[in-house]
Design a protein around this ligand. Sequence first.
Ligand code: SF4
Length: 285
Amino acid sequence: MKTFKLPSFPEICVNFHLTNRCPFRCRYCHSTFLEESPVSAHQWIEIFSKINQETEHIQFRKLTLSGGEPLLVKNMELILESAKDAGWQTGIISCGLNLSEEVIRTRLKDADSIGVSVDSLDQNVNRLIGRSTLTGETVDYVGVCKLIKKLGKKLKINTVVHSLNWDQDLKPLLHSLKPDRVKFLQCRTDVDLRDRDFSGAVREDEYQKFVENQFYPEAVVESEILQSGSYIMLDPEGHLFDTVEGKRRKSPSLLGISFTEGMEYIYYDHQKFQARAGNYFSSLK
Ligand code: SF4
């Protein structure tokens, strides 16, 4: 177990998983958090202020809001506003369904980057994965991503590579829009999935095939091993957590303890974070 050495970090990225709610039902989804006492937006700001104070000496800092779907959380824009005011880089990861021009201009005005989870451009495959609403609605990813760029936001694409999409072709999106950040994440099978009967496991050769087929060398290839322990994450109840041992290990809520104290409860490896180029935002203009 590594202990947390806050002062030695040149950069830090903190991820708030605001909710486990989402309009989609991806079979491999890992957002299976308990949400019995969800932290409100104002309480998130309280937690953020604490983290901000304790990390003042760190030059590059980024806050990412995700979920579930962060846009479902009332007043989430106030959290982005606080982080922006404090000089942090800000971003969200969304399923893309509600990313209209109005939402980007208003609720996401303080987000530097907007990340969209894209597993396939084939809507039949997306429905098979569960990347659709209960009524079968899907996202026009190329249209949404064009809109994000048109409105001057950094575009990030996260693709989880699993047994249902390893043969998919994302080149039409990646090569025409050239996102600012692309991640190909190997589907983790060592943590709780939404659909417990689903084997999302992708073989190593299939994962590599997917990566090669995209012809996108700028993409960060995040194996299961690289993902494990390389994120600083808070769940919807405000606990820091990790999943390195297959199930969530949690700190007490950061509403009650300091960030530094909370980090002592979880495993975090900053070298792994750097190995997956998690510090990319320090060079973004
Ligand atoms: S879009 Fe993301 S949060 Fe929503 S169900 Fe799929 S994996 Fe889970």
